[in-house]
Design a protein around this ligand. Structure first.
Ligand code: FMN
Length: 226
């Protein structure tokens, strides 16, 4: 009896497996809709499309290559007009940004800032302050990875300080700060020379390593694809 049951179970299981084999379409694993993992890059330079935006884009490009589930989007804050935290949120350009960050598909962030006097830009600080609604009533960014790309006009222009400042602030959102893959341990430290980063091989490599690490951690933490 026991043997019969075991045999019957085996036949049923085998039948289902065979049927599944005929029904499953040959799509790339994890590329099905609804399973996307969105990595959003934010460029916090006052100058739209300049070196900070380019460095963040380099990180996003690397992130995208990690897996078919990864989608990326760059939000360039350059030229946008919004204040930092105010008790009554003003109607300004931030209104268009918030919904993008509230999207449940957001699986990680890459925040880029120029080094201004060895600190994050005021635009970056304003951005982080205005993200306060992402903490209440629900910690929407909790347990998601975030990496930082810092760009300076000097090789040692405070980039690592900028990274640390942004990582510290994002801890308040429950995010998981990640550096870049080794040896970009702290994050991306990019040198802009005459408004150009294309010759900074070392810096661009750190940007890519941040993108890779954010994507890999996002993937590891995400629910399995259907
Ligand atoms: C107000 C101000 C302060 C700056 N302070 C620093 C600094 O402390 N260290 C540094 O390496 N570069 C400094 N720079 C240079 C910028 O970090 C650099 O030009 C950066 O690439 C600007 O980013 P963007 O090309 O996206 O605008 C400063 C630039 C400005 C405008």
């Amino acid at each position: 009896m026991k043997e019969n049951l075991t045999r019957r179970n085996f036949i049923t299981t085998a039948g289902v497996a065979a049927l599944a084999g005929t029904l499953v379409a040959p799509v790339a694993k994890g590329a099905e809709s609804g399973n996307k993992l969105k990595i959003i890059g934010i460029s916090c330079s006052a100058r739209k499309g300049m070196t900070t935006a380019k460095a963040v884009q380099a990180a996003l490009d690397a992130a995208k290559g990690v897996n078919a589930r990864i989608e990326v989007e760059l939000i360039d804050l350059g030229g946008l007009n919004f204040a930092g935290y105010l008790p009554t949120p003003p109607q300004d350009d931030f209104a268009a940004i918030l919904p993008k960050l509230q999207d449940p598909a957001v699986a990680g962030l890459i925040i880029g800032s120029p080094s201004y006097f060895r600190s994050l830009s005021s635009l970056c600080k304003a951005f982080i302050e205005r993200c306060a609604p992402l903490r209440e009533p629900k910690m929407l960014l909790a347990d998601k990875p975030m990496g930082v790309v810092a760009v300076g006009g000097f090789r040692n222009g405070g980039q690592e300080l900028v990274i640390e400042q942004i990582q510290t602030a994002m801890l308040c959102f429950g995010m998981i700060p990640v550096g870049g893959k080794p040896p970009a341990f702290q994050g991306a430290t990019v040198l802009s020379t005459k408004d150009d980063i294309s010759d900074d091989e070392l810096g661009l490599e750190t940007a890519k390593k941040v993108g890779l690490h954010v994507a890999e951690v996002a993937l590891r933490l995400a629910p399995k694809a259907n």
